[in-house]
Ligand binder design. Structure first.
Ligand SMILES: *Cc1c(COP(=O)(O)O)cnc(C)c1O
Length: 217
């Protein structure tokens, strides 16, 4: 798959869902990919990327931004509180706000810096013990606590359980966002981004379908 193919599949999914062209943003997930593949996508004109690890992103994006100009990079992996300071200096958005200690840390940093990345709250829609995210039952409360801290909330994010039908998870996230007046929905990956768009995704996070399989070896 190429970037062009993914873009046209997104456009088709927007149309099929009766949504405005361009209403879905494509986050090209570049974690663990070799530099040559990332540079090819940059050379194609794409300017929005996703990363999972602060350290990997810090080693890669300052230099690429110097060469390619303004590039938005979104943090989509779990964020340790002790990496929050580095993260707010590096990322334009953080999709994995999932606990009060991190919210307080980000609020303190935002106050000191006068700016803050856009924030998405990660919801553990499948209530999986090993997965990050606030539980669905705790989401309303956590959203309102984040607002009390003055944090700039862009929306909600989820990663549905593997090997499960993602549709009910996307639907749940959309419902939680709507009832809390949040417009951003970060959901959908290589295997299911069209389904996510049908359920209202505003940000799809697509890695392997653009870059090829990740090699962790
Ligand atoms: C790695 C990752 C993606 C991209 O996954 P693909 O299946 O390669 O598209 C999307 N979202 C999150 C949170 C990820 O960690």
């Amino acid at each position: 798959m190429s970037l062009t193919d993914i873009r046209s599949r997104i456009a088709a999914a927007e149309k099929a869902a009766g949504r405005a062209p361009g209403s879905v943003r494509l986050i090209a997930v570049s974690k663990v990919q070799p530099p040559s593949r990332v540079e090819a996508v940059l050379a194609d004109g794409h300017r929005l990327f996703g990363e999972n690890y602060v350290q990997e992103a810090a080693g890669k994006w300052p230099e690429l931004r110097e060469r390619f100009g303004a590039v938005s990079v979104h943090m989509i992996g779990p964020l340790q509180t002790n990496k929050a300071r580095a993260a707010v200096g590096l990322f334009d958005a953080i999709h994995t706000l999932d606990r009060p200690s991190l919210a307080r840390k980000l609020a303190g940093l935002a106050e000191a810096r006068g700016i803050c990345p856009e924030l998405f709250i990660q919801v553990n829609t499948g209530a999986e013990p090993q997965k990050a995210g606030v539980l669905p039952d705790d989401a309303d409360r956590f959203i309102s606590d984040c607002r009390s801290l003055g944090l700039p909330l862009a929306g909600l994010m989820c990663i549905p359980p593997e090997d499960a039908d993602a549709a009910p998870h996307f639907a749940m996230l959309a419902k939680l966002a709507e009832r809390n007046g949040l417009s951003g929905l970060s959901m959908g990956m290589s295997a299911d981004f069209e389904l996510a768009i049908a359920h209202g995704a505003t940000h799809v996070r697509v890695g392997s379908a653009i870059f090829g399989a990740r090699d962790y070896g």
